[in-house]
Design a protein around this ligand. Structure first.
Ligand SMILES: [Zn+2]
Length: 169
């Protein structure tokens, strides 16, 4: 992983194409579920944004902070959305630090197909915990698209940690 932005611009993102072909935005659709719902990877809902685990994580705990509104232009985010996205990234970082004790993070936004966005129609910030020498985690393309037991365990841990964190701040 030499390139800072390559974690999420690789081919695993291509697996989202099927959803796109159905004309369904998975980031809009995610809002239809309660957090407790086993079908969703959403871990936190704020007022204008939410936080969700990546179904194709680059690393354990790969989260995304997403505006509720279907928007692809970064500059069109409202002030409320912009502020809240940054706040939610801070929470996500604290939660991941508490659970995984990573040695570093990648945080960022891929805009447009050329920028490596998997779902370019609805922007989303990635936050990926990193460890020295973790470059081979990426799952093999074509892996079944079901929420794995491992991801559900991750979700549970993250939910609990969010609860505890929000009580403290
Ligand atoms: Zn959308």
């Amino acid at each position: 992983m030499k390139n800072l932005w390559s974690p999420w611009r690789s081919q695993y993102i291509e697996s989202f194409k099927e959803e796109q072909a159905n004309n369904q935005c998975i980031f809009c659709e995610a809002l239809n579920h309660q957090i407790e719902d086993l079908k969703t990877l959403v871990v936190y809902k704020a007022k204008f944004t939410y936080t969700i685990l990546n179904l194709y994580p680059y690393n354990n705990g790969h989260l995304m902070v997403v505006p509720n509104r279907h928007e692809w232009k970064f500059e069109k985010l409202t002030k409320d959305e912009s502020v809240e996205m940054m706040e939610q990234l801070k929470y996500a970082k604290l939660v991941l630090e508490e659970i995984y004790k990573p040695q570093g993070f990648n945080m960022g936004l891929n805009l447009g197909r050329a920028g490596g966005a998997g779902i370019k129609e609805h922007l989303h910030f990635h936050i990926v915990p990193r460890w020295n020498g973790d470059t081979n985690f990426m799952p093999v393309l074509g892996e079944v698209k079901v929420i794995s037991q491992e991801l559900m365990e991750t979700k549970k841990k993250i939910l609990t940690t969010y609860d505890n964190l929000l009580k403290r701040i």
